[in-house]
Design a protein around this ligand. Structure first.
Ligand SMILES: [Zn+2]
Length: 289
């Protein structure tokens, strides 16, 4: 069983608000003076959205032997006024392919109580099974005590919290400091039972991410987005400090391919038993499979 813990279901069926052109302009060209029409900005996003369907994503999974994928929404309401795939979208897509897709909701923590309400709705009504967060782009500080109600809700709902712990090259005004893994530390101290996945290996702080995973029982790590840098991950330290059971396969598809990430993992010099854990055995109990 191969499980991809981090997939963006960019396709025709996904919602982008306020519009594809406006979303592209705000997220990637917000600081540059107006140069293009909204139609031209929309054209930049079309390859990812209008020209692909959910079935194309399933076909790509089939081609690369991916059995299940966690598909994520992205709520960037307060910083950009953009939603890139909604909670309703991921729920609907997953109900069309219940054996293949697992829906992860997104909320914007800066929205406070509204974010908590949206998370409860996404899990209890829509059936989402995880929460996806992107602090460098959502511009929130994971360690800020004002977010405690959100962590308490995630605990009550018994869902996985996936958070982007890495810098973010894609958005020009992202704040890399907010992706630092150690910002997660105070939350793990206060809520030791909350299950947190550090997304994207922690780059450029893979050792800090390893430190959290090695010390905190409910902190995990995924290997998405950085297949090119796998040589720089502390694979032997994962093994020596007995955290092989906490490393999870993920791609960040379609930004990085299923096949290229699988091939890169195949080239890593680790025991086959560890590779099997990464590819799916570790994720199964976390996702209740
Ligand atoms: Zn991602």
């Amino acid at each position: 069983m191969i499980i991809d813990l981090h997939v963006h279901p960019f396709c025709k069926e996904a919602t982008v608000t306020p519009s594809l052109g406006e979303a592209v302009r705000r997220m990637f060209f917000g600081a540059t003076p107006e140069q293009k029409s909204l139609e031209e900005y929309a054209a930049l996003g079309r390859a990812f959205f209008h020209n692909r369907t959910l079935d194309d994503i399933i076909d790509d999974m089939d081609e690369a032997g991916i059995d299940k994928a966690c598909i994520v929404a992205m709520d960037l309401s307060t910083h950009y006024g953009v939603e890139l795939v909604t909670n309703e979208d991921v729920a609907k897509m997953a109900s069309a392919h219940p054996d293949r897709l697992i829906p992860f909701a997104s909320v914007d923590p800066s929205m406070g109580r509204l974010a908590v309400d949206r998370l409860v709705h996404a899990v209890e009504v829509l059936g989402c099974r995880g929460l996806k967060l992107v602090p460098p782009v959502q511009h929130f500080d994971f360690s800020d005590p004002k977010h405690h109600p959100l962590w308490e809700a995630a605990l009550d709902l018994d869902i996985l919290v996936w958070t982007h712990t890495a810098h973010q090259k894609s958005h020009p005004d992202s704040d890399a400091r907010l992706g630092h893994p150690m910002l997660v530390e105070p939350v793990t101290l206060r809520y030791p039972d909350l299950k947190i996945v550090l997304g994207h290996c922690g780059f450029p702080w893979p050792w800090e991410a390893w430190s959290l995973v090695a010390r905190r029982p409910n902190v995990y790590l995924d290997i998405s987005a950085y297949a090119k840098l796998y040589d720089h991950l502390p694979w032997d330290a994962y093994s020596k400090f007995e955290v092989e059971h906490k490393v999870l396969f993920a791609t960040d598809y379609p930004l990085f391919g299923f096949r290229e990430t699988r091939d890169a993992l195949d080239r890593v010099d680790i025991p086959e038993s560890f590779r099997r854990k990464i590819l799916g055995e570790n994720a199964m109990p976390l996702l209740g499979l």
